[in-house]
Design a protein around this ligand. Structure first.
Ligand code: PHE
Length: 347
């Protein structure tokens, strides 16, 4: 049949031309020519009505088969040309290799974490083990076991965030005001010899200002053994100060009071800014106080069933943020936890 031969030759022509299209525009005119409203194929499909039933079936099937071959060929070619267009646009213009690259910013440790790590590593090298304890603590661990009974005025040293009502509740919880309750937890579990260092968050119910934050970090140290004396405490803390602040730094050791130690001491270093002559940083005293310490009070040892006739120990505690504040002249403690990258990126 004449018309079948026509479709055959049309198919050959269409497919060989399809391959020659090099741009999406060319492909579009190919589509109009072979599949558009005025194409030969459309004319053939329209003329089907004039044929008798037998021929109409045969020609119709051929024509539709032809149409779907062209349509799938078109879709495939279009995909290829589009991919090629993306590649060539990057090659030709949009990739400028002379532009500076995107800087990959790397994270870093928070200044507080950095100080904690360097302090802990000094004590680890002396044989202390790092341990941690809970931030929500029992009244009994934060105070009673540390020789600060209920209604004792020493509790006024620690402005406390209570979690439970401490007046109606015998076993009230609080946000620990210092890391010292972890001493109790360690001594309850372990028998001497004990050497631990305890970093962690602590809380005080205080109005915040440039020198006070309601949350800050402390590091606690505890050593319990036979024959531990004040000389061991002094030697350990002097060595620590020299390692952290420099070999030549003078260190001062003098009496202070903490309910859970006897005797209690305070350690200060020669001012980092004026080296002792007196300036604004040290309040014209020449000294910067950096930690509290002392020999563990016999009452504290007794409560955890360590015999103070056999064993003795020393403990110390320091505020972590105070160290970089003094070393780097940071003027406001609130900068540490306000998440301002302009501050944090400097460390
Ligand atoms: N816990 C005390 C404080 O927060 C510091 C301290 C710890 C003092 C251990 C002596 C011994 O002020």
């Amino acid at each position: 049949m004449q018309i079948i031969t026509e479709i055959e030759s049309l198919r050959l022509a269409a497919l060989s031309e399809l391959d020659k299209n090099e741009t999406l525009e060319q492909l579009e005119s190919w589509r109009i020519r072979y599949l558009g409203k005025k194409s030969e194929l459309t004319t053939i499909l329209r003329s089907l009505a004039k044929l008798d039933l037998e021929d109409r079936k045969e020609v119709g099937a051929k024509a539709n088969q032809f149409k779907s071959i062209l349509e799938s060929g078109l879709a495939e070619k279009k995909k290829l040309l589009e991919e090629a267009a993306i590649i060539s646009s990057t090659e030709e213009g949009s990739l400028d290799v002379t532009l500076p690259g995107n800087v990959m910013t790397t994270g870093r440790l928070h200044p507080t974490t950095q100080v904690i790590e360097s302090i802990c590593s000094i004590f680890q090298n002396m044989g202390f083990q790092v341990v941690e304890g809970p931030e929500v603590e029992w009244d009994s661990y934060n105070f009673d076991a540390l020789n600060i009974p209920k209604d004792h005025p020493a509790r006024d040293m620690f402005d406390t965030f209570w979690v439970d009502n401490n007046e109606t509740n015998e076993k009230a919880r609080l946000l620990r005001t210092h890391t010292s309750p972890v001493q109790i937890r360690v001594m309850e579990k372990e028998q001497p010899p004990i050497r631990v260092i305890v970093p962690g968050r602590t809380y005080r119910y205080e109005a915040t200002d440039a020198t006070h934050e309601s949350m800050f970090y402390q590091i606690e140290g505890l050593a319990v053994d036979k024959n531990i004396t004040l000389a061991d405490l002094k030697g350990t803390l002097f060595e620590f100060c020299r390692l952290l602040f420099g070999e030549q730094r003078n260190v001062r050791f003098r009496c202070d009071y903490f309910p859970f130690v006897e005797p209690g001491v305070e350690v200060a270093i020669e001012c980092l800014a004026c080296h002792g002559s007196g300036c604004r940083l040290c309040g014209y005293s020449g000294w910067l106080e950096i930690l509290g310490a002392g020999m563990v009070h016999p009452n504290v040892l007794k409560r955890v069933n360590i015999d103070p006739e056999i064993y003795s120990g020393f403990a110390f505690g320091l505020g972590v943020e105070r160290i970089p504040i003094l070393q780097k002249g940071i003027e406001d403690i609130r900068l540490f936890y306000s998440n301002d990258l302009r501050f944090l990126k400097q460390f």
